[in-house]
Design a protein around this ligand. Structure first.
Ligand SMILES: *Cc1c(COP(=O)(O)O)cnc(C)c1O
Length: 394
């Protein structure tokens, strides 16, 4: 018989009752070190005092009014995003997929309103992940997500991530945009190769097409900079953001330069919930902390430390662990033997460390950005024990 909750997830049989910083407590009172953080969502961990205070105060004032009216929290958050990024204007959503949908619609409409409605196709990367709506599974292009949901939404082409020759060869007079994740998340925690984002920028400019970055997972300080593309020294025309920006409250955003944002004139796009006062209070509280002096430096330093410790384990268990990849506090540990990532992930759970899987045989670490060196040491001890008990030999 079917469960009342639709069985779209093969869930682990645990339920959490309470969270505190980087720790979660299940309904039996057992403590877990949380290096999943709600899949890179709980950027400030669980129940961060500033978020609790800001959100609690907003709960007693106003939750939702709709986008028929001005929302001061939206104006404040948009001003801050504009001041701290390439963008001139922001549309707020409730999820990453909706932020991508907005980006795709903006790209099509930009060309349509500039006399080139034939430009509607978007070139994406193999192993991409952009969400689970009909258009975003087409953008992701992965057979496992498309199976049984045809016909596939038209207008998406795919090329190998990091390969400029294939990217250039895929451009046609119908191409509207290039869409990539600066660090592929679900695909295997794979950063764009050196020089790739810059080459994409130059190519997009050469052909008059737009460059869209999906920073839903790698954005909001996770890479050690506010947005991961900042490491490359170039900027996109459009960027989708979500996950970390709400700190656990559902918030997404589509950021765009003026020429693109102008195409989404009044009435062309909308959302009932997107950017409501409660959501904006959560996201503004997240930015209060993330934009503080020293925050990104802490992430970069912690990321470097975690990476070094993981690399130590790769040297210690070469028959089990192949390499460490990623940026900042978005790291992946690739296993040698196919499918071993799931076994290691399960063992870590047993030992009280929460991690997630990613493609390419990877165990993914996306802890709260406030994680301390002691907590990283605690995680490393657990991973070391897990490797030992999996019978790996050095
Ligand atoms: C999670 C994710 C999405 C989808 O976000 P949802 O909030 O689940 O719709 C899109 N792109 C990337 C890179 C993601 O990691």
């Amino acid at each position: 018989m079917i469960t009342s909750v639709m069985p779209t997830y093969a869930r682990i049989d645990v339920a959490f009752e309470r969270g505190e910083g980087v720790y979660l407590f299940d309904t039996n009172g057992r403590r877990y070190l949380d290096f999943v953080a709600g899949i890179a969502v709980d950027a400030l961990g669980h129940c961060h005092p500033h978020l609790v205070e800001q959100l609690t105060s907003q709960v007693g004032k106003l939750w939702h009014t709709s986008n028929l009216y001005r929302v001061p929290g939206q104006e404040k958050l948009a001003d801050r995003l504009v001041a701290n990024t390439f963008a001139d204007s922001v549309f707020f959503t409730n999820s990453g997929a909706e932020a991508i949908e907005c980006s795709l619609k903006a790209a099509r409409r930009y060309h349509a309103t500039n006399g080139a409605p034939e430009r509607f196709r978007v070139i994406c990367a193999n192993n991409a992940f952009h969400g689970r709506t009909l258009a975003t599974i087409a953008a992701g292009g992965q057979a496992k997500h498309l199976d049984g949901f045809g016909p596939v939404v038209e207008g998406f082409d795919h090329v190998p991530f990091g390969n400029m020759n294939e990217m250039r060869a895929a451009i046609t007079p119908e191409t509207a945009a290039i869409l990539v994740e600066p660090v592929q998340g679900e695909g295997g925690v794979t950063p764009a190769p050196e020089g790739y984002l810059k080459a994409l920028r130059e190519t997009a400019d050469e052909f008059g097409i737009l460059l869209i970055f999906d920073e839903v997972q790698c954005g909001v300080a996770r890479s050690g900079k506010f947005f991961a593309h900042e490491w490359s020294g170039i900027t996109p025309d459009v960027m989708a953001v979500a996950k970390g920006i709400g700190g656990g409250f559902p918030v997404g955003a589509c950021l765009a330069v003026e020429k693109v944002a102008l195409a989404l004139s009044a009435g062309t796009h909308g959302t009932t919930y997107g950017g409501n006062p409660l959501a904006m209070s959560a996201a503004n509280a997240v930015l209060d902390i993330v934009l503080e002096d020293g925050f990104m430096g802490h992430v970069e330093q912690s990321g470097r430390y975690l990476r070094r410790q993981l690399e130590g384990l790769v040297s210690k268990y070469p028959s089990l662990l192949a390499d460490v990849r990623g940026m900042g506090l978005m790291l992946g540990l690739k296993c040698v033997e196919e499918g071993k990532n799931a076994i290691l992930n399960g063992k870590l759970f047993e030992l009280g460390l929460l991690t997630a899987l990613a493609g390419d045989n990877v165990v993914r670490f996306v802890p709260p950005l406030i994680v301390t060196q002691d907590q990283i040491d605690e995680a490393i001890t657990i991973i070391d024990n897990a490797c030992q008990s999996l019978g790996a030999e050095g």
